[in-house]
Design a protein around this ligand. Structure first.
Ligand SMILES: [Fe+2]
Length: 329
């Protein structure tokens, strides 16, 4: 998930590595070694990958040119205003649930075909975004998640802040690196703005943590996805005792925030004056896709899963079909 969410993740089964949409929880699943599990074990890259490996997160500056990032932000607002609910980006009195389509945590939009809106596909095709993931995986033959986005308006008074939901988006059974999550940040985002909180250094320690305390399944620690686990405050103490610190990740419009799925994280609502707008993007090598999961993705792509709103149809270019995992490279 991404961030915040986990729309698309990999599941390792006794068969070859495959990509699944919302995998089922299966504690007994034997996990074969993952081809890329060790790529961050010896971080001597000399670029932002070192920070990603050591701290568990990094910011790739201006992966999207600023002007275009701000344009995508406006397009997301156009999308919100296209619902016949009365939302207006310039009228704070309309920044309420009554005037907004269904969302969660103060601004995360998963439904209405959001993932397949043109602005999402345009962002996934931004060369700087593809280049960042290509640098991580060592290939530009990538497939993209069909993930959600976030439009958090400041000073919301009709939504309750649910507080922290510290979690990682990787199964406690996995060994080593598995997934890098990303979000394209589309507005100036400082310490008081809504956004991503990461427990710096936790990605390097989770395996030792579970080796020490065990991997027993507890229903309250997951919402059902295989690659998800929540941590209590007491458990976090083990990490902070070892130097881990919570950091609010700040970024400018067009910056790509990346974090290792093993890094503990959650998001916060805006405390300041600015809206927080972003699109969640996660890419991985196309070679990991099995034929059955390619069909699943094709079905999700065709149905713009969950849509009740008429989205702009994206033209089915070769690049989009490749990133969707439908067409081979
Ligand atoms: Fe997450």
């Amino acid at each position: 998930m991404s961030t915040d969410t986990t729309t698309t993740t990999f599941t390792q089964s006794p068969e070859p590595q495959v990509l699944r949409l919302r995998p089922k929880v299966d504690d007994a699943l034997p996990l074969p070694p993952f081809k890329y599990a060790g790529i961050f074990d010896d971080p001597k890259f000399g670029d932002w990958r070192d920070e990603l490996a050591i701290k568990g997160w990094t910011v790739v500056r201006r992966a999207v040119p600023t002007e275009r990032a701000l344009k995508y932000r406006e397009e997301m607002f156009d999308w919100l205003e296209s619902f016949p609910l009365g939302f207006k980006r310039d009228d704070p009195s309309t920044w309420t649930n009554e005037h907004l389509p269904v969302h969660m945590k103060g601004g995360m939009f998963h439904g209405y075909g959001f993932s397949h809106e043109k602005f999402c596909w345009d962002l996934r095709q931004e060369q700087g975004v593809i280049d960042a993931f290509a640098k991580i995986w060592g290939t530009d033959k990538l497939i993209s998640s069909f993930d959600a986005g976030c439009i958090m308006m400041p000073k919301r008074i009709d939504v309750k802040d649910i507080g922290r939901w510290e979690h990682m988006d990787q199964s406690r059974h996995r060994r080593g690196f598995y997934c890098v999550q990303g979000l394209a940040n589309l507005n100036e985002n400082g310490p008081d703005d809504g956004g991503l909180m990461v427990l710096t250094g936790s990605s390097q320690l989770v395996e030792e943590y579970f080796d020490t305390f065990g991997r027993v399944y507890r229903e309250e620690r997951t919402f059902g996805a295989f690659d998800y686990w929540m941590f209590s405050e007491e458990e976090q103490q083990w990490f902070t005792d070892r130097g881990c610190k919570w950091v609010k990740v700040c970024a400018g419009p067009g910056d790509l925030i990346l974090w290792d799925s093993r890094a503990m994280h959650y998001n916060v609502m805006p405390k300041g004056e600015r809206d927080r707008v972003c699109s969640y993007i996660c890419m991985a090598p196309a070679e990991l896709l099995s034929e059955s999961d390619r069909k699943l993705r094709e079905d999700a792509f065709d149905k713009e899963r969950g849509t009740t709103h008429v989205p702009e149809r994206v033209p089915r270019t070769d690049k989009i079909l490749q990133l969707a995992g439908i067409k081979s490279y």
